[in-house]
Design a protein around this ligand. Structure first.
Ligand code: C2E
Ligand code: CA
Ligand code: CA
Length: 867
């Protein structure tokens, strides 16, 4: 017979199904015993035959052998189809032995097998089934015998009786399944019954044919014995092969699934590995657990896994749910669990019948009779464990082959999980910026594409930290990096965790905003800029930084389905179109032109110098209140053949960015010093102020070039002033300070330009070797209308003086401002009121027209402004 269905009888059902099954099993035992009693009474008594005593032990051996050779053929559906050879001893028993002896042999063999394998939990069901089977077989056989009478073959009754048994077992087994809520659909049930019948027919015929030959032919018994041995050998080899093949199938399937599960691993959606909840991934692990359960024909598989080092251990259960007490993944409970103490990587086999106290307890907690447990060990650490509980079989517990399969599976799983982690790492790295942990450019592209498609309007906001390159140049990469990390954190805080945020490169960030109003975006842009503009504490210094923000919305785009790259590129253009006055810009198509123009300016600058398109203009500086012309500021000009006059505000920053600024500074300094030389030759003592770029201050060789230029033009150093911006020095103090000190030691005058716009305090000026402050023109221009500006100017004048500095006011456009500055005691004025910046020729003309020569205090010629 085939015990295929009883094989699915659960070893540890849940409580409610357990009760139903127990009732069913008890009923079956009762029915089996009753039918055995009735059939025994009903069958005609066989004459006692001396020959019969040995049939008992022989049948026991036969039944035992038949059960030992049983093999599960198909476990795909979760129901094992077991081929066994039970029909052979049964049909022989029906032919030669009385009912009581066959029944006893069957029960003895069955109980023996169960005892041998220590699976006693289904004893009631199985005992009932055994009684039932033998009773039905004898009853059917007797009925057939009576029906046929003397006609037909003598073995007809035994034949039909034997065939009836697997049918009965199938029906009872399917009923048991249904009771346990694991019912099968009709078609597979029928197929199963049919397959069972085929095997039963084969076994029965073989048994009968063997009997005939053994009985009739001389030496027939030996012949049959040999045939039986041969078939057994082939069968054993074949079943081994079959199992191996099935195991391989399972292995490759599990490995494939694990490999595939890697696809769910952290996408670029801004999720760090800790945030990845691995939703879709759990499904895969669930399927893997399911597959292992199927393959090992177990009641339950518990897969404990930690795919991510930071995440807690996950527990997946296939088959019977774990009892409530075991459901918690409490790591402490797990650590103390006797079954999970797993040194090495071996599979351990625990059975409640022979386990120690602690393991027994662990098994009871799991509501399991037996368990295979194997740790999953990665290259460096424990990744988890697999527990396989209770083999679903009428006779057998887990065997050697199961252990071997589980070991191989576990090693595959470990490798796969290890690889998956690596893959996750790689994938994460591919989409994230290692410094800030934010997305990188490809990651942003990935993360933005889908949401952009779904949103009505999308906006890519680009935020650029403005002084970063200077900080990195001056203080080293590490400081620059710290600033970037801090900036990234500030942006994340402002935007919240949901918004895709990337670091593009350097101090450039991008964020994706969806379905926002124009005002909202403006407000967010302002917030982001403000957040990044808060000073950055670096060591004991505080680094001032600014930020510019540019953005582009999908509505700016002509194309139907704009991609993140298009928006990024436009936001980039918008950022480039920002200026000090307009640090926030939305992309406009005309900006493309500006961008192009700036690009041209940068590439054409050097040739422009050589072609004489670059010149220096001079704006006079006048002492207050004496009106003596103390000198002039040299301001660079570019007369472009195509664009006409280009403002330095436009091209100087562009030139600065390319590193050509040294060429510019040297050119202006050289031209200006040549002018001073001319004045000296005419007996005029006037100084010239040259603007320095932040970059120049980081150049250690600059002081040497200055000294050479002074020497070349034979100009005393005190007639040369360098104007440097406050933020320029601040961003770069460590490298700027030595340069400044050397210049100062040479006797060159140093002035802080645009004072008041930065953040550093006047007290800080004390530490700088400067001689002069220039109050930024915005305060001077605002002085007439804004009391605040007035107060700023006044305090700068006072504090500057208290520090012993010359105070210069630039942007003096009217008499009122000049008079106020005089009243405050400001030393020098510069502005349109006195003169606009003028070309060489016009400056000379201005000098001639607007000044008179007077004798100075040290008997030198000085020029004084006429009214
Ligand atoms: P800055 O050093 O603050 O130069 C003063 C600017 O204010 C000049 O603009 C000048 O034309 C303008 N200005 C002078 N008086 C008044 C006034 O009364 N009212 C108003 N509204 N503006 C006044 P310019 O020449 O366009 O220069 C702009 C900036 O370009 C300069 O600002 C300076 O930072 C930079 N720059 C100019 N020449 C050079 C140079 O040779 N090298 C470097 N590195 N930068 C330069
Ligand atoms: Ca200046
Ligand atoms: Ca200025």
């Amino acid at each position: 017979m085939s015990d295929h269905v009883s094989a699915t009888a659960p070893s540890a059902p849940t409580r409610s199904t357990n009760r139903a099954f127990s009732v069913f099993a008890a009923l079956l035992l009762f029915a089996g015993a009753l039918s055995a009693f009735l059939v025994g009474r009903w069958l005609p008594d066989t004459e006692p035959d001396a020959k019969l005593w040995w049939t008992g032990p022989l049948l026991v051996i036969g039944f035992l052998l038949a059960e030992q050779l049983a093999i599960n053929v198909d476990v795909r559906s979760g129901v094992a189809w077991t081929i066994s050879f039970t029909e052979i001893p049964l049909v022989l028993g029906l032919l030669v032995a009385p009912f009581e002896i066959v029944l006893a042999a069957h029960v003895v063999a069955g109980v023996g097998t169960l005892l041998g394998r220590r699976v006693l939990d289904r004893a009631v069901y199985n005992a009932g089934l055994m009684f039932m089977e033998i009773s039905v077989a004898f009853a059917v056989a007797e009925l057939v015998k009576r029906f046929l009478g003397a006609q037909g073959p003598f073995w007809a009754g035994a034949f039909v009786g034997t065939i009836a048994v697997p049918l009965l077992a199938s029906v009872l087994g399917l009923t048991a399944l249904r009771i346990m809520g694991k019912g099968m659909r009709v078609a597979p049930s029928l197929r199963l019954v049919l397959q069972t019948l085929v095997v039963a027919l084969l076994n029965t015929s073989a048994g009968l044919a063997g009997y005939e030959i053994a009985d009739k032919a001389p030496w027939g018994g030996l012949l049959i014995g040999l045939v039986f041995l041969g078939i057994t050998a082939i069968y054993l080899a074949y079943s081994g092969l079959l199992r191996e093949q099935r195991d391989l199938e399972a292995l490759s399937e599990v490995s494939l699934r694990v490999a595939r599960s890697g696809r769910h691993v952290t996408g670029p959606r801004g999720a760090t590995p800790e945030e990845d909840d691995g939703c879709g991934e759990d499904d895969d692990w669930q399927l893997i657990a399911e597959r292992i359960r199927e393959q090992l024909n177990a009641n339950r598989v518990v897969l404990r896994l930690r795919t991510d080092p930071q995440a807690p251990m996950r527990t997946l259960v296939a088959g019977e749910p774990l009892p409530p007490g075991m459901r918690r993944d409490d790591p402490r409970v797990l650590r103390e669990d006797a079954m999970l103490q797993l040194p090495g990587a071996q599979v351990r086999y625990f059975r409640i019948v022979d386990a120690g106290e602690e393991v027994s307890e662990a098994l009871v907690r799991r509501d399991a009779q037996e368990a295979l447990v194997v740790p999953l060990r990665g290259a460096t650490q424990l990744l988890g464990a697999v527990e396989v509980h209770d083999r679903l079989s009428r006779w057998r517990g887990f065997g050697k082959a199961d252990i071997q399969l589980l070991r191989t599976l576990a090693s595959h799983l470990s490798t796969a999980v290890d690889n998956r982690r690596l893959l996750a790492r790689l994938r994460h790295d591919a989409y994230h910026d290692p410094l800030t942990g934010l997305l990188n450019r490809p990651g942003f592209r990935e993360a933005a594409t889908e949401p952009m498609r779904e949103a009505n309007t999308s906006v890519v906001v680009r935020v650029d930290l403005t002084v970063l390159s200077t900080v990195s140049d001056a203080l080293g990469q590490a400081w620059g990096n710290r600033m970037v990390v801090a900036a990234g954190r500030r942006l994340r805080d402002e935007l919240g965790p949901e918004v895709p945020l990337a670091r593009l490169e350097g101090g450039a960030f991008a964020a994706l905003l969806l379905d926002r109003q124009a005002e909202q975006i403006q407000e967010i842009a302002e917030r982001l800029r403000a957040a990044l503009s808060v000073p950055y504490p670096v060591d004991r210094l505080t680094v001032e930084a600014g930020a510019v923000v540019g953005w582009a919305t999908t509505t700016d785009c002509e194309v139907e389905e704009p991609d993140p790259d298009a928006l990024l590129q436009r936001a980039d253009v918008a950022v480039r179109a920002t200026s000090d006055n307009e640090p926030l810009r939305q992309y406009a198509p005309s900006m493309g032109q500006i961008f192009l123009r700036r690009f041209q300016l940068v590439t054409q600058f050097r040739s422009a110098l050589e072609n004489g398109q670059i010149s220096v203009h001079y704006q006079p500086k006048v002492a207050l209140p004496s009106r003596q012309v103390v000198g002039a500021e040299a301001l660079v000009r570019w007369k472009h053949p195509e664009f006409g006059r280009v403002d330095p505000d436009e091209f100087v920053p562009a030139v600065e960015a390319t590193g050509l600024v040294d060429v510019l500074t040297d050119f202006v300094m050289d031209t200006a010093l040549a002018r001073v030389r001319l004045w000296i030759d005419r007996g005029l003592r006037m100084s010239i102020a040259v603007n320095l770029s932040v970059r120049t201050l980081a150049d250690e060789e600059f002081p040497d070039r200055v000294a050479a230029a002074l020497k070349r033009h034979d100009v005393p150093p005190e007639l040369l002033t360098f104007e440097l911006t406050e933020s320029g020095v601040m961003a770069d103090p460590e490298r700027a300070l030595p340069v400044l000190r050397r210049l100062h030691q040479m006797g060159v005058v140093l002035a802080v330009d645009d004072f008041g716009t930065g953040y550093s305090s006047l007290a800080y000026l004390r530490q700088l070797p400067v001689d002069e402050v220039k109050i930024d023109k915005s305060f001077v221009l605002g002085m007439g209308t804004d009391l605040g500006d007035m107060a700023v100017v006044r305090s700068i004048v006072e504090l500057g003086h208290s520090l012993g500095l010359t105070v210069v006011a630039e942007g003096v456009e009217d008499d009122a401002a000049r008079d106020q500055l005089v009243g405050m005691g400001c030393d020098v004025a510069q502005g349109y009121l006195i003169s606009r910046p003028l070309s060489e020729d016009r400056f000379e003309a201005w000098l001639r027209a607007r000044t008179v020569q007077v004798r100075g205090a040290r008997d030198e010629t000085v020029l004084t402004l006429v009214h």
